[in-house]
Design a protein around this ligand. Structure first.
Ligand SMILES: [Zn+2]
Ligand SMILES: [Zn+2]
Length: 397
């Protein structure tokens, strides 16, 4: 009997499926916010160690990041593959982005690829990265800055949403904190002695609203006043705003950033306040690889008999990796119910048996795409060529 590479992938993932379901439920039922994913990180590290893999903890100075490395039994002189697992939850709604499923799909692809390399005697290395804080500061960006991914030829991760896609072009996203510093005074006895930082925050919010008229249809700006003063009878000496701007392309993000910074500065000028802008994190757009994406979509379509979805919004820190590395960010349909991400309904579906089944199929699909890169030299050449072309065309925006 001839066993195909796809059979090796399916066998490795099916064997682990029951364990992965337990991990997924444990992570889902103990939602932890960005950089506080201690239990999820521990569960995943412990599972990998119980399977005989070595795991490095505290990667890039992040206490909830990890990296596990496997060297093929045929040697390390081949492709270097990396998978990402996420496991942070959202404030208030728990796993409303299904990162419990991202966690286990990363593990599943890692197990399958190590099995393929070992069984089929294909040289190379495989890494699984535990990447925290996707919903907040972007753990992958910190890890990227520390050179954690530097030796990888191909990076891959999966994400649940409504519909599937191998060609997600995510939005760029810059998150900022703006602070205004004024002077407190009694709001009735001597308001003329004060410098109103609360007013500066209000002007900034209104001016950002006015700026929207001149923005491109796919640009987004949204924010909240996080501190507008302490008491109604005191002129506020301090105020703060959290603001996010999004564009389709990295070059456009710079344009919108400069216009936004002028708005925040103008509010300080108008009120006599001083101000400080802290740029908290910037997610760049996800550059898809058409060759990897097409194979991913072909396999998904053979299962679901519906076309891929292309217009999915949102941002990811994986985008920053895609700008440098050959990569695939594969989307899979959560449970066929079309509920949107970041809702309580999504949280509920993310622990369903159907969502697990679909995450497992997506992981098999992702691992099959990687296996094709390992065994088909021509295919890998096409993947590399597509990456170069994509990098050139995105620079034109
Ligand atoms: Zn999310
Ligand atoms: Zn997410």
């Amino acid at each position: 009997m001839i066993i195909s590479v796809d059979d090796v992938v399916a066998g490795a993932i099916d064997e682990a499926s029951a364990d992965l379901r337990k991990l997924s439920l444990a992570i889902h039922d103990n939602p932890e916010l960005a950089l506080k994913e201690d239990k999820a990180c521990h569960l995943l590290v412990h599972y990998l160690e119980s399977r005989g893999y070595t795991v490095q903890r505290n990667v890039a100075g992040l206490s909830t990041a990890f990296a596990s490395t496997h060297v093929s039994s045929a040697g390390a002189h081949g492709l270097h593959i990396g998978f990402c697992s996420e496991y942070d939850a959202l404030p208030g709604i728990g796993h409303g982005c299904g990162h419990n499923l991202i966690a286990i799909s990363g593990v599943a692809m890692f197990l399958a690829t190590t099995r393929v390399m070992d069984r089929c005697r294909i040289p190379g290395t495989v890494k699984l990265y535990g990447t925290p804080a996707e919903e907040a500061i972007g753990g992958k960006i910190t890890m990227l800055d520390h050179g954690v991914f530097d030796d990888r030829d191909l990076l891959m991760m999966l994400h649940p949403t409504a519909g599937y896609s191998g060609a997600w072009h995510s939005q760029c996203c810059l998150s900022m904190r703006i602070e205004y510093f004024g002077k407190a005074s009694h709001a009735a006895m001597a308001p003329w002695d004060g410098i109103n930082a609360g007013t500066a925050a209000n002007i900034a919010m209104l001016s950002m609203g006015a700026l929207r008229e001149q923005l491109k249809p796919d640009w987004r700006t949204h924010g909240i006043i996080t501190n507008g003063g302490e008491a109604a009878n005191v002129i506020p000496e301090y105020s703060s705003i959290e603001y996010t701007i999004r564009t389709a392309w990295a070059s456009e993000l710079q344009v919108l950033r400069e216009r936004t910074l002028r708005v925040f500065e103008a509010a300080a000028l108008a009120t006599g306040c001083t101000h400080k802008v802290t740029e908290e994190f910037a997610y760049l757009d996800n550059q898809d690889n058409p060759v990897l994406g097409r194979l991913y979509e072909e396999i998904m379509e053979s299962e679901y008999h519906s076309p891929p979805e292309r217009d999915v919004g949102g941002s990811t820190d994986f985008g920053n990796l895609s700008q440098r590395f050959i990569s695939l960010h594969g989307m899979f349909d959560l449970a066929g119910t079309r509920v949107p991400n970041h809702t309580v309904e999504f949280t509920k579906e993310a622990r369903s048996v159907e969502a697990h089944r679909r995450a497992i199929f997506a992981a098999k699909t992702g691992a099959r795409v990687v296996a094709r890169c390992l065994v088909d030299e021509d295919f890998w050449k096409q993947v590399k060529k597509a990456h170069e072309e994509r990098q050139q065309s995105s620079g034109a925006h």
